[in-house]
Design a binder for this molecule. Structure first.
Ligand code: GLN
Length: 214
């Protein structure tokens, strides 16, 4: 059905967003699969020309200090910072959230972030004795259904400035999901479950921005 979807905005065609997953290190493949399942064209991003071609970006989990070093080595740091400043939608999970944070409470020596989210995060916040855990979190902004969240050596959001909205927190008050403008970050890994509400929220931003620019 040629042309179908471009008017309704639901099918393939003009509104299929092209999004990237930063593929320097970490769980890239899982995000590519989720984004594809949700109707986006999803590609790995390792170089500036690939970044230039996408309308939104997921920064996956992995190791934030390594991702930071590789982003500088690959000449991606400044292009990434520029796209973030221009308002490109970005969703960071775990190490990706750390990359988007303006401040890290316990960076390794010389570790930098891209920034954008007015938050302070703490790496490996849940201690080495609890490397990973899973729990249900209610996040009203995402609907009534609690979110089954998987944490792996996860960061917490220690504090958030006025521009950032904490969407979800653990019972002890530590933030684990945050949003600010077109930026979205979670301490946990939705790509490892089958609840893709965060990926959908990210793609909604990408589609809205694409429609506004059309
Ligand atoms: N502990 C890692 C870091 O500092 C994050 C772990 C993860 O992404 N699963 O970057």
């Amino acid at each position: 059905m040629a042309g179908s979807g471009s008017e309704s905005g639901t099918g393939p065609g003009a509104r299929t967003p092209k999004v990237g997953v930063l593929a320097l290190q970490g769980d890239v493949r899982e995000h590519l699969l989720v984004l594809g399942e949700l109707g986006a064209e999803a590609v790995p991003v390792r170089r500036e020309s690939e970044l230039d071609a996408v309308e939104g970006l997921v920064i996956p989990g992995g190791e934030s200090s390594v991702m930071d070093k590789l982003s500088r080595l690959f000449g991606l740091r400044e292009p990434l910072r520029r796209r973030i400043a221009e308002g490109m939608p970005v969703y960071g999970t775990c190490a990706g959230l750390i990359m988007l944070a303006d401040r890290v409470a316990n960076p390794i020596e010389g570790q930098q972030t891209l920034g954008g989210l007015d938050v302070t995060v703490r790496r490996n916040a849940f201690g080495s004795q609890v490397e990973s855990f899973e729990t249900e979190i209610v996040m009203p902004e995402l609907g009534e259904r609690p979110f089954h969240a998987v944490f792996i050596r996860a960061p917490s959001i220690e504090s958030a400035g006025p521009g950032a909205t904490v969407l979800g927190a653990l019972p002890d008050g530590r933030g684990v999901a945050v949003e600010q403008g077109n930026l979205l970050g979670t301490s946990f890994h939705p790509e490892m479950t089958d609840d893709y509400r965060f990926h959908e929220r990210f793609l909604e931003r990408v589609r809205a921005r694409k429609a506004a620019a059309a």
